[in-house]
Design a binder for this molecule. Structure first.
Ligand code: TMP
Length: 209
C-alpha cells in the first residue's frame, strides 16, 4: 500500500509546527508509520539550500534564483525522502511544499504560474499531496505571534505586509480552485477547534487509505 502525502501551508505564525506534531502523534497512535519533514529542507542538501534561501544577508537574490533553489531542494527531497517513504507505505507529512512556491514566488514575487507549473511537472512527475491543510489567519495576527516568540527573523520574514497578503490570498484561491485537495482552517480559532477539524479529515483519509 502506498502511503499518503499530507502538506501544511500558511503564512508566518499560523501554527503549522504545532499542528504538524499533532498530526504525527494522531497517526502514530493509530499504527500508521509516518515521517515528518519540511521545505525548503528535509534532506542534508535541502537544509544547506534552506540556509542560503533564508539568509537575510542575500538581499540581492533574484526571484528566479529563489524559485530554482526551492525546486532544487524539492528535487532532492522527493528523490531521497518523500518517494521512498511513500513507496514503503509510510505517510509523509511536510511543513510546506509546492503550494508555497505558487504563493510566495508566484503571487508575491510575481513569477508566472505557468513557469512554476513547468518546473513542477518536471521535478515532481505527477507527485502531488493527497491533502493540504491551509492554516489561514490575518497577517497581523500571525506577525504578532512570530514577534512574541522572539528570535531572529529570516529573509522572508523581512517582507512587508502586502507581500504576505498576496501569499494568503494565493493560498485561499488555490484551495477554492481544487477544494477536494485542500482543507482551509481558520487558524485564529482556539487550537482545540482547529485540531478537531484536522482530526475529522485524517479520519476520512484513514478510511480511504
Ligand atoms: P518556514 O518559515 O515555514 O519554515 O518556511 C521558510 C520560508 O520559505 C517561508 O517564509 C516560506 C518560504 N518558502 C517559499 O517562499 N517557497 C517555497 O516553495 C517554500 C517551501 C517556502
Amino acid at each position: 500500500m502506498k502511503g499518503k502525502f499530507l502538506t501544511l501551508e500558511g503564512t508566518e505564525g499560523a501554527g503549522k509546527s504545532t499542528n504538524l506534531a499533532f498530526i504525527e502523534t494522531w497517526l502514530k497512535q493509530r499504527g500508521i508509520e509516518v515521517i515528518t519533514t519540511r521545505e525548503p529542507g528535509g534532506t542534508e542538501i535541502g537544509e544547506a539550500v534552506r540556509e542560503i534561501l533564508l539568509d537575510k544577508a542575500y538581499t540581492q537574490m533574484h526571484e528566479d534564483t529563489e524559485l530554482l533553489l526551492m525546486f532544487a531542494a524539492r528535487a532532492q527531497h522527493l528523490q531521497e525522502k518523500i518517494l521512498p517513504a511513500l513507496a514503503q507505505g509510510k505517510w509523509v507529512v511536510s511543513d510546506r511544499f509546492t503550494d508555497a512556491t505558487y504563493a510566495y514566488q508566484g503571487a508575491a514575487r510575481g513569477i508566472a504560474f505557468e513557469r512554476i507549473a513547468e518546473i513542477e511537472n518536471w521535478v515532481q512527475k505527477g507527485t502531488f499531496p493527497d491533502t493540504t491543510f491551509v492554516f489561514d489567519l490575518p497577517i497581523e495576527v500571525g506577525m504578532a505571534r512570530v514577534a512574541s516568540r522572539g528570535g531572529q527573523t529570516d529573509r522572508f520574514e523581512q517582507e512587508r505586509h502586502d507581500f504576505f497578503e498576496k501569499v494568503r490570498n494565493a493560498y485561499l484561491k488555490r484551495a477554492a480552485q481544487t477544494p477536494e485537495r485542500y482543507q482551509v482552517l481558520d487558524a485564529s480559532q482556539p487550537l482545540e477547534s482547529v485540531q478537531a477539524q484536522i482530526e475529522a479529515r485524517l479520519q476520512t483519509l484513514l478510511e480511504t487509505a
